[in-house]
Design a protein around this ligand. Structure first.
Ligand SMILES: *[C@@H]1O[C@H](CO)[C@@H](O)[C@H](O)[C@H]1NC(C)=O
Ligand SMILES: *[C@@H]1O[C@H](CO)[C@@H](O)[C@H](O)[C@H]1NC(C)=O
Ligand SMILES: *[C@@H]1O[C@H](CO)[C@@H](O)[C@H](O)[C@H]1NC(C)=O
Ligand SMILES: [Cu+2]
Length: 242
């Protein structure tokens, strides 16, 4: 009895000392919310791109879409992270502060990607791999970050920083909520967000068809959505870009 208590106490102590309090899997991430962090048009960096985030399946974790261009080949591989502070206009990436690390794991030792709950929650490249090459795109689910504002692992109000292999901060950007993104998510593609807002004509034709049937049955919506086949050209140009 005493031995098991001592054992428990020492295990708890070593967990605290090593900072391995596992991050909880996030749930209830709101489906409509889309956050994007776009890298600054920094004159001192050739790197551009963005990270776009939506809720994971069932609101568990977050789905990340990462796209960088202009990565200078001699400076890679490129670690990138979510940092705690938003960056002021002008893109001084030093002002981003440290990694988002609400469970106080610390930067060292390096993240073990086979046990991602024990990594700093903001250590995206530690958990999912560095950016490499000159153009880099990837996508993944991260179960430990959140779009619930009260969650310690909330990504809103935070920034991303792209580093050189020696740790220098090359470029950065702030996460921002894309308002009204719900319609875009409903349409299934992030690339058509702007068209959702620039295509009111489809919605006016829909309302003129039959007001009484629309009130009777909301199931009439899928049929009316098919009138968006008037936009095939615009849809294809956007999907190639993202
Ligand atoms: C960048 O931000 C850091 C940290 O806030 C600050 O110490 C430094 O003076 C800033 N640099 C410039 C050029 O504003
Ligand atoms: C990512 O790059 C950094 C900097 O070069 C390196 O220390 C780290 O081991 C790399 N991580 C992986 C998983 O290759
Ligand atoms: C939407 O429009 C804004 C402003 O015109 C532009 O900066 C942004 O890249 C566009 N987004 C997409 C997904 O096309
Ligand atoms: Cu970083």
């Amino acid at each position: 009895m005493i031995y098991s208590l001592l054992l428990l106490a020492s295990l708890a102590l070593s967990a605290l000392v090593q900072g391995y309090t596992p991050a909880p899997v996030t749930t209830n991430n709101p489906f409509p919310d889309v956050y994007t962090a776009t890298l600054f048009d920094s004159p001192s960096s050739s790197i551009r791109g963005s990270i776009t985030v939506i809720a994971g399946p069932g609101g568990v974790g977050l789905s990340f879409s990462v796209h960088f261009t202009g990565l200078p080949p001699d400076l890679g591989p490129f670690p990138y992270h979510i940092h705690v502070l938003p960056v002021p206009a002008g893109g001084n990436c030093t002002a981003a502060g440290g990694h988002l690390d609400p469970y106080n794991r610390g930067d060292e030792p390096p993240c073990d990607p086979s046990d991602p709950a024990t990594c700093e929650v903001g250590d995206l490249s530690g958990k999912h791999g560095n950016a490499t090459g000159s153009v880099f795109s990837t996508g993944y689910i991260d179960k430990y970050l959140s779009t619930v504002p009260s969650d310690p692992a909330f990504i809103g109000r935070r920034s991303i920083v792209v580093h050189s292999s020696n740790g220098a901060r090359l470029n950065c950007g702030n996460f921002q909520l894309i308002s009204g993104a719900q319609e875009a998510v409903t349409r299934g593609t992030l690339g058509v967000i702007n068209e959702t807002f620039s295509a009111p004509e489809t919605f006016t034709t829909k309302t003129t068809t039959s007001r009484s049937t629309a009130i009777k049955a909301t199931t009439s919506h899928p049929t009316s959505t098919k009138t968006t086949t008037t936009f095939p050209t615009r849809t294809s140009t956007h999907t190639t870009g993202s």
